[in-house]
Design a protein around this ligand. Structure first.
Ligand SMILES: [Zn+2]
Length: 266
């Protein structure tokens, strides 16, 4: 069985090796690359090739990668130099993803973007993404913004990353997901109590997991359960114990999605 967890369950900067090692030891097959997800950090070829070696050494595959909308290199910025630097940053992540064997980069968009700026960036990145064989998944966020992007760009270039934690805070994200589930290409699975984006372990908050499992099974998403859970609010201070619990809950969710998928196929 395939199962994925985010690389930043404990830290999102610094050397990733110890976390990759522990993720592999806990039995995971894949990682969601989430280091440097909100920084201006540009990965050099030396870093990408070292990460490639580590993934191979630990028997891990890259499921997808969280691209960055940095504080100063921002693909949606209204300042032209900042937006162009933001394009360089996203291009860096698209190429890195291809080099590591992945096929999706997840991007945040502002709730109320400067549409002219954002569309210029999406247009500029399309040939890069196509050449890399990597698609961009826009993460919710506000669904009216996501809907508009998905209406303007086709499924061969842009899809949806559904973050079920975001969708559980102050909105009925699952109904919004249900309406565009044929564009789902990535998932960020974690839980919260509805009051904030807590990135807790699955089944420890108020996300409606049976309903989410049914929607995922009926969606265009074909990859494994991918958790964006963090130790921070888990109540488990030990890394190994945290990863073991994450593995157990991810396995349980897989066991809820698979029978639903079989029902659809049968
Ligand atoms: Zn997320």
């Amino acid at each position: 069985m395939s199962l994925s967890i985010t690389t930043d369950y404990a830290a999102d900067k610094g050397c990733p090796e110890p976390y990759l090692h522990r993720i592999a030891d806990a039995g995971f097959s894949h990682v969601h690359w989430c280091h440097q997800w909100n920084t201006d950090f540009l990965y050099s070829r030396w870093e990408v090739s070292q990460i490639r070696k580590w993934l191979r050494e630990y028997g891990l595959a890259l499921l997808d990668l969280h691209g960055s909308l940095g504080p100063e290199k921002n693909w949606a910025s209204s300042r032209e130099y900042e937006r162009r630097a933001g394009i360089d940053l996203v291009r860096n992540r698209l190429q890195m993803t291809a080099q590591l064997g992945g096929d999706v980069v997840i991007m945040h968009v502002p709730a109320e973007p400067d549409w002219t700026a954002l569309k210029k960036s999406l247009d500029a990145l399309e040939p890069v993404a196509r050449k890399c064989g990597v698609r961009i998944a826009v993460e919710n966020g506000r669904f009216d913004t996501i809907d508009r992007i998905l209406a303007e760009y086709g499924p061969e270039y842009v899809g949806l990353c559904y973050d079920c934690g975001h969708g559980n805070v102050g909105q009925d994200g699952l109904s919004s997901l249900d309406a565009i589930k044929d564009r789902l290409i990535s998932v960020h699975l974690h839980d919260n109590d509805g009051t904030g984006d807590q990135h807790k372990l699955l089944f420890s908050g108020t996300v409606d997991w049976p309903r989410l499992a049914r929607i995922i099974a009926a969606s265009s998403y074909r990859k494994c359960v991918s958790m964006e859970t963090s130790m921070r609010n888990s109540g488990i201070p030990d890394e190994e114990a945290f990863l073991a619990k994450a593995f157990e809950t991810g396995t349980a969710l897989t066991g809820m999605i698979e029978p639903e998928r079989r029902k659809m196929c049968g």
